[in-house]
Design a protein around this ligand. Structure first.
Ligand code: MLT
Length: 394
């Protein structure tokens, strides 16, 4: 063929991080079929959907089988009932987000990756380490990326101090994937102040907000005054309600987000209407159910279960004197690789010697080198077994 392809793809690492870890785990299992690998690698939930969610799905499925209640294409922006339920959810934090500012989608990953469509050739500011989708999607679009180093000294929560006041597209993820660190209210105030003074846009990924236990850590960027004028927020039912395989999320585009006479909300609406046909009705009803008092309580019970796993892992690392962060407001534990091993060496070493799989920190950015992520999303039984294996090995 003689067509031109997007050569920016040459600048990506060969495999997406979780594709590569899965490939190595598969390869190990093929060579060692008698060894049971415990995966604490990709942040995928293991508890089933809750009773309230399943009942809503059954009911909606039944509706789809009858002429009078059947539905065709869902709204490309999301059904009114789910937008209203999410608006009400923000109300529980004392925040007012109008229904039409909320756009339903099939995943925070999709929205994080797709938002580049409505943005021009800006300088992009990305904390390092962080969820690889921000970096990869901007590389695919050929954007100029500047990294903000996270490290033990700044608690993996880089701040804008010392940055030139120029307009950036800034990605923030709090509680952070992979480090589990969460920005405090005061820190987010600084970020919003910086964004407003520099004319920047913050893309705030709050996919893990439901894990926040402490009232000093905001669940939403809109808890900060002025954020409506400078921030988009992307959140998800994946980790909150176990929807990783069900697929439902939302993005908030406040009315105040404007560039000249152009509204970001309108651009996003136009983008979604053109390239997206909405989330299935059954799934949206399931998501709505997850936000009812009963559904939300069940979701929180599951989060409690995962956070108990996190505590078990954290206790082991404390016992072994290994530095770590996370596990308090987040299902991720971010640890310093023992014996000065680099991330991928530690990944292979752990797989070979304990058959426990995690995610190498280097996959989240250069500053993640020498660190490693474990997830608390495993079953209790597998988490306990992994801990026993690690106790013997580390
Ligand atoms: C992760 O392991 O970081 C997440 O599961 C990835 C995702 O949410 O896409």
């Amino acid at each position: 063929m003689n067509i031109k392809i997007n050569e920016n793809y040459d600048n990506l690492v060969q495999n997406y991080l979780f594709t590569e870890t899965a490939r190595r785990i598969r390869e190990f299992s093929a060579k060692n079929p008698d060894k049971k690998v415990i995966k604490l690698s990709i942040g995928d939930v293991t508890l089933p959907l809750t009773k309230t969610v399943i009942e809503a799905m059954h009911k909606a499925t039944e509706e789809m089988g009858h002429q009078e209640t059947f539905r065709g294409y869902p709204s490309e922006y999301g059904s009114d009932f789910l937008r209203a339920a999410i608006s009400k959810y923000y109300g529980t934090f004392g925040l007012k987000i109008d229904d039409e500012e909320i756009f339903i989608s099939d995943g925070a990953k999709s929205d994080c990756g797709n938002i580049v469509d409505i943005l021009g050739d800006n300088d992009v500011l990305i904390p390092d380490p962080v969820y690889p989708v921000y970096m990869d999607s901007n590389i695919m679009s050929g954007r100029n990326i500047e990294l903000l180093p996270g490290n033990i000294d700044n608690g993996f929560l880089p701040m804008p101090d010392g940055l030139a006041k120029k307009p950036y597209v800034i990605y923030l993820c709090s509680p952070n994937n992979p480090t589990g660190a969460a920005y405090s209210r005061e820190q987010l105030v600084e970020w919003v102040k910086y964004a407003k003074e520099s004319g920047s846009l913050i893309i705030f990924d709050s996919a893990y907000e439901a894990f926040i236990q402490d009232k000093d850590y905001p669940h939403s960027i809109y808890a900060i005054e002025g954020a409506r004028e400078c921030a988009v927020e992307i959140c998800s039912f994946s980790k909150m309600a176990g929807f990783t395989g069900t697929r439902c999320s939302w993005a908030v585009f406040p009315n105040e987000l404007v560039v000249g006479d152009k509204s970001l909300q309108k651009l996003w609406a136009r983008r979604q209407a053109t390239k997206f046909n909405g989330v299935p009705y059954v799934v949206q009803r399931a998501a709505e159910a997850a936000l009812t008092p009963e559904g939300f309580k069940e979701a929180m019970d599951n989060i409690k279960y995962y956070m108990e796993n996190a505590k078990l892992i954290a206790d082991l690392l404390t016992e072994k004197g290994i530095w770590f962060s996370g596990g308090v407001c987040s299902p991720y534990i971010w640890l310093k690789c023992p014996k000065e091993m680099d991330s991928w060496t530690f990944f292979d070493w752990l797989l070979d010697n304990a058959q426990v799989a995690g995610t190498p920190g280097a996959g989240f950015g250069a500053e993640g080198e020498g660190f490693f992520r474990l997830t608390a999303f495993g079953s209790r039984e597998n988490t306990e077994e992994a801990i026993e294996r690690l106790r013997k090995l580390l």
